[in-house]
Design a protein around this ligand. Sequence first.
Ligand SMILES: [Zn+2]
Length: 403
Amino acid sequence: MTLDLAADQVVGATGVAVDGNPGWTPDASERSAYTARPAESLGLLTGASAEGRKRVRFRAQRVHHFGWAADPRFTHEGVTRFSLNDAGQRSDLPSIHVLFFPGDTAWGGNRVARLTLGAVQWVGALFGPYPYPQLTVLHRLESGGTEFPMLVMNGSASEGLIVHEVTHQWLHGILGSNEWREGWLDEGFTSFVTNWYMEEKLRREGNAPAADSLWNGAVRSIERLERADSTQALNLPGAAYRSPRIYGAMTYTKGSLVLRMLRDYLGEPTFRRVLRRYYDEWKFRHPTGRDFFAVAERVSGRDLDWFRTSWIERTDKLDYSVASAASTRLPSGRWQTRVELARTGEAWMPVTVRAGDAEQRVSGRARRQTVLLTSRERPAEVVVDPRWIVIDSDRSNNRAPVR
Ligand SMILES: [Zn+2]
């Protein structure tokens, strides 16, 4: 792609700047990543560029989209692959370029560059390494953010926004699922990975309560829509949703919660193996939701038809409630609590029941299940799904005092 621009423009784009001056100096390792090939002329740019103008050519391989932005005020900061090697870090990381405006204090001092690099490493460890030579993050005029292969346009320097848009490189860019047909596979997955990153960061910083409650707002909002009968299936094309609000709630929010339920159901080590295999088998091949579940079943060795049907393809609801809870003292001095768990609705999901210091996992499939928990102290109450993992349309009946 050759751009013909006013000579003072500073440009960020999909691909590597192989010819001309983008307004900053590309790293030599980036330029060597793609074999120099002369531009193919479409007959649009003939002769030399006019007085006061310049031409910059970008080259990219294995991308499905091209984005670019230019502004003469852009300041460039970057992290090159060479400096990474000097620091002893992995050499399969891309160069990072950041373009921002004078006065953008939250962007400069390599803050956005470092956050971007951290996100590339974190998401790369989840799926597989970033395959392109560079990644550019630039400050756009509108709020929010948009992803293009090798390019992110963000309205702010927020860490969550950077991680979200960088994650799109894998889901939207490299796996390249069709976001109009199955938005959850792109936006839902991206939102899920962003929250997972935040969860780990909070735990690393010793803020476990914030990590534990990170998803609660999302859970609450989807459960409210379920009670109002406002949900729609996740695998619908974008235009089939009743409103942009429901599209957003289903695609981004419920999509991320359903993936979190799947992570909980399969266990994190298995779920991580699923993601790596999914990426390995489907990168650059435009997978569908069915392709994802086929990999998840193969890697985990578990049937997931029921999960996909209830939670992705239909609007099945689930409501767990505590029908009764009573404790008796055991000869050992411990307490045994007998919980009658009731399930209504068409969906089911394994769930954790907590009584005092005791927790037990319940398959959840039967309409009524008896759970026996043994705890050191006499529990005051029992709680179903204490970590808010399962989408439960009525959470008010998940707690009950113990008789
Ligand atoms: Zn997004």
